[in-house]
Design a protein around this ligand. Structure first.
Ligand code: AQP
Length: 330
């Protein structure tokens, strides 16, 4: 049976980019494809930012709650939290010996974040992040990893590591493949459409819509989103801001972009944005309500996490024992 695995980091509040670029598809996959599904919260990855402990705990619980609120069924998918399964870290150490320093230095996300954070933020964890991600994937023998565009390179590294290991020791890991959707794999910042919408940019960033934003805040962010100078509602490479808004509209409404372009052929940006804001609020309102209900019953939420983590830990343990035996580790 095909195994599908993906995760959402608790490095900030979940964004519209996370939702439209990756998470929306996860629940659809669960419903339409025959397979085994693994959705987890990689909270160890979030340590690269040295988060406040209370906030990290809260964001981890919220991330699981969003997975559930967005329609992932904990009875059909394994939902778990990375730090509860120590095998992730142990496999990471093993795999780090099959990963080149040069390979890690070339990771775009490492380069971008290093630049953004400056020397103080350039911790070894940031450098090794893709190896931990490879362990997250290879530990469960995932075949497919549905991600946004920014994570393709990391999944490809996991693939290279698996192939390298298998070549030396014989078939040990399934070789994973990143899958991305045709449209919306990179939702851009509403204030700077040359930049990816990112949760770690912080809640004060007007260019990033968080799923926790109030209807009024969402509306303001859409209305104040930058546009292009042509005044036309067209999807074109020279119009990154409007193209991004059209992509968001299309994903929220499940309508093709050309269809939306036709509907707004004679309209101005103001009408288009106002309709987009209304659509966004309509789509997210029921999800926000479900999220709140889940968060209000923390005992139940923790029970779901415990159950999911227990099951995932069994699978992880079997795999790690296999790897350790292969390597001659007692
Ligand atoms: N802007 C985006 N457009 C499309 N997809 C996106 N993803 C993230 N941002 C966008 C996808 O969402 C999934 C979960 O992301 P993650 O938690 O693994 O972290 P990330 O990729 O590093 O995304 P962020 O939100 O920008 O987090 P920070 O700020 O901490 O780096 C992934 O599949 C990702 O591709």
């Amino acid at each position: 049976m095909k195994r599908i695995l993906s995760g959402i980091q608790p490095s900030g509040d979940v964004t519209l980019g996370n939702y439209l670029g990756a998470m929306k598809r996860w629940s659809t996959l669960e419903q339409t494809k025959g397979g085994e599904y693994f959705y987890f919260v990689p909270n160890l990855h979030a340590l690269t930012n040295r988060p406040n402990p209370d906030e990290l705990k809260q964001k981890t619980l919220s991330a699981v709650a969003w997975l559930l609120a967005l329609g992932i069924d904990h009875k059909r998918s394994h939902i778990y939290v990375q730090s509860q399964i120590p095998q992730h870290s142990e496999l990471m150490w093993i795999l780090s010996n099959y990963t080149g320093f040069g390979e890690l230095s070339r990771m775009t996300q490492f380069k971008d974040k290093s630049q953004k954070l400056g020397p103080q933020g350039q911790v070894a964890g940031l450098f090794l992040y893709p190896v931990l991600m490879a362990a997250d994937i290879l530990l469960y023998d995932a075949d497919e990893v549905p991600v946004g565009q920014d994570q393709i390179q990391h999944v490809e590294l996991a693939r290279d590591i698996a192939e390298r290991f298998n070549k030396v020791y014989g078939p040990t890991f399934r070789v994973p493949k990143a899958t991305v959707q045709d449209s919306g794999a990179k939702i851009m910042d509403l204030q700077d459409p040359t930049k990816k919408m990112s949760k770690s940019d912080g809640t004060s960033n007007l260019g990033c819509i968080f799923l926790t934003d109030s209807s009024e805040t969402m509306k303001q962010k859409i209305i104040r989103a930058v546009t292009d100078s042509s005044g036309q509602i067209r999807f074109r490479s020279g119009q990154p801001a409007v193209s991004n808004l059209l992509t968001i509209y299309s994903l929220l409404s499940d309508r093709p972009i050309e269809d939306i372009e036709k509907s707004y052929h004679d309209s101005g940006y103001q009408d288009f944005k106002s309709d987009l804001a209304e659509l966004l609020i309509k789509v997210l309102d029921p999800v926000q309500k479900r999220f709140q209900e889940i968060m209000d019953d923390q005992a139940e939420l923790e029970k779901i996490i415990e159950m999911g983590s227990d099951k995932a830990a069994d699978l992880a343990d079997t795999k790690l024992v296999q790897v350790k035996t292969t390597l001659g580790l007692l």
